[in-house]
Design a protein around this ligand. Structure first.
Ligand code: FEO
Length: 164
């Protein structure tokens, strides 16, 4: 297989870093929920952080398979505090929409460079992003509907704590 174009290698390394940042962001969110004694939300975010680390590793492994250079950039510091649990999920939904945009840009680049293998690999992420956005948006809607305070907040916390 021919070596991946430089521009695509750069872009995939950048996306790998963004996935690792996503993991950091969700881990920070998990820590915030833990500090509020919302253990279900904390668990949900911890699992999410692990998934994101896995997403980063998918790029790591793919770059290796293609004989491309792996570049591990510094991971930005995520926020440590939010003004409310609802704000956390609103931010996570916005973040996922941003990630979807980046994945689409990568697909466009892979098509432009006629790298069908990379396009094919990215399709996994295209599908995954539909799920990621749907989950985050559903939780935002539920919190808005139930009112994100007191007993209703604890009810959602309990439900999310069931995530495996
Ligand atoms: Fe890996 Fe939630 O995007």
């Amino acid at each position: 297989m021919t070596l991946m174009k430089e521009s695509l290698q750069e872009a995939l390394n950048k996306q790998m870093n963004r996935e690792f940042y996503s993991s950091y962001l969700y881990l920070a969110m998990s820590g915030y929920f833990k500090s509020l004694a919302l253990l279900g939300f904390a668990k949900w975010m911890r699992i999410q952080a692990k998934e994101e680390w896995g997403h980063g590793m998918k790029f790591f492994e793919y770059l290796g398979e293609r004989g491309a250079a792996v570049k591990l950039f510094a991971i930005d510091t995520p926020p440590a505090k939010w003004s409310s649990p609802l704000k956390v999920f609103e931010e996570s939904y916005k973040h996922e929409q941003k990630v979807t945009g980046w994945i689409y840009e990568l697909v466009n680049l892979a098509i432009k460079e006629q790298d069908h293998a990379t396009n094919n690999m990215l399709q996994w992420f295209v599908k995954e992003q539909v799920e990621e956005e749907a989950h985050a948006s559903m939780i935002v809607e539920q919190m808005k509907m139930a009112g994100s305070e007191g007993p209703s907040l604890l009810m959602i916390d309990h439900a999310l704590g069931k995530r495996e």
